[in-house]
Ligand binder design. Structure first.
Ligand SMILES: NC(=O)C1=CN([C@@H]2O[C@H](COP(=O)(O)OP(=O)(O)OC[C@H]3O[C@@H](n4cnc5c(N)ncnc54)[C@H](OP(=O)(O)O)[C@@H]3O)[C@@H](O)[C@H]2O)C=CC1
Ligand SMILES: O=C(O)C1=N[C@H](C(=O)O)C[C@H](O)C1
Length: 274
């Protein structure tokens, strides 16, 4: 039966279980033979707390009641898959490390301080974090690095991303991964060349900058272009996600990959061997 613990496969907690990715992840875990759902977490006061996660999602009961207690949930899990919000993710990183559970982090919009806190938690447990868990985007990261290394600053690099109207952070986590990859390929620090949020009299483009543009609208799942624009020619690398299942699939792979690894802060390139 879906949701029934199966000996030998990792038990998974899904945080933010009512969210767009939370629901996608609950479905992915319960449909997988390689892991099973041990808990679905929501914040205190959420209408779903105390309900069966399957019926709350509008389907058949899964035998797992939504809880607001992360400590109890993490204690019975081998992995926590977390696509929520920065403050929640930082708190969950500490708790997952205490429980020695693998923490798979998809949350974006993390500050440098948030990442430092996650780094500290990763001294004690396995953390896999990526702004995009899809195979396609992680391949695009490697391609971007290669193309940026092959071209000089005659090619202006622009990262253009598009997402649904509900997204709260910009540039997207993926755009920042791609920007980092381009900067690495060029041998520069992204922080020194990043140009986001152009508006008004901006002045001409500065040679060597890496620009970011964010589009928000409708139900766009996630689209990313890396443009290398020179005089007379232009190269564009593009990824289009049309289904959130690609992110859920990557997150499950990371949760399973992380079992019995040494503590550390890993990314999807490690998981996918790219
Ligand atoms: N790395 C990747 O591959 C991908 C990453 N993402 C990222 O995942 C995150 C979530 O995206 P999405 O599912 O669309 O967002 P949603 O807003 O649909 O879901 C977020 C969920 O997290 C819950 N949450 C937020 N804050 C807390 C908290 N403090 N404690 C407990 N639960 C909390 C929300 O509950 P409530 O409704 O009560 O606020 C909600 O259920 C974003 O950062 C997004 O960028 C998304 C897709 C792919
Ligand atoms: O919020 C989203 O939806 C997504 N967020 C991630 C990001 O910030 O890049 C990944 C994906 O593009 C969807």
């Amino acid at each position: 039966m879906m949701g029934t613990p199966m000996t030998g496969t990792p038990g998974i907690v899904i945080t933010g279980a009512s969210g767009r990715m939370g629901q996608m992840l609950v479905q992915a875990v319960t449909q997988s033979d390689a892991c099973h759902l041990v808990a679905a977490l929501e914040r205190e006061g959420h209408a779903w707390v105390g309900q069966d996660i399957g019926t709350a999602m509008g389907g058949a009961a899964l035998g797992v009641t939504v809880t607001d207690d992360p400590v109890a949930a993490f204690a019975k899990a081998q992995a926590v898959i977390d696509f929520t919000a920065p403050a929640a993710t930082v708190a969950f990183a500490g708790l997952a490390a205490q429980a020695r559970a693998v923490h798979v982090i998809g949350t974006t919009g993390l500050s440098d301080d948030d990442i430092a806190a996650i780094d500290r938690a990763a001294h004690h447990a396995v953390i896999v974090r990526a702004g995009n868990m899809s195979l396609g985007v992680n391949l695009l990261v490697q391609l971007t690095k290669k193309v940026a290394a092959a071209l000089d600053e005659d090619f202006d690099i622009e990262v253009i991303e598009a997402h649904h109207r509900h997204k709260v952070d910009a540039p997207s986590g993926t755009a920042l991964m791609l920007g980092e990859a381009a900067a690495t390929g060029r041998g520069v620090e992204l922080a020194d060349v990043r140009d986001s949020g152009r508006d008004g009299i901006t002045g001409a483009r500065k040679r060597g900058d890496i620009g970011f543009t964010a589009i928000r609208g409708g139900d766009i799942v996630g689209e990313h272009d890396v443009m290398f624009a020179a005089d007379g020619e232009r190269i564009t690398l593009r990824h289009v996600a049309t289904d959130r299942r690609v992110f859920a699939r990557g997150a499950l792979k990371a949760a399973i990959w992380g079992q019995d690894r040494a503590p550390g802060h890993y990314d999807m390139l490690d998981v996918l061997g790219l």
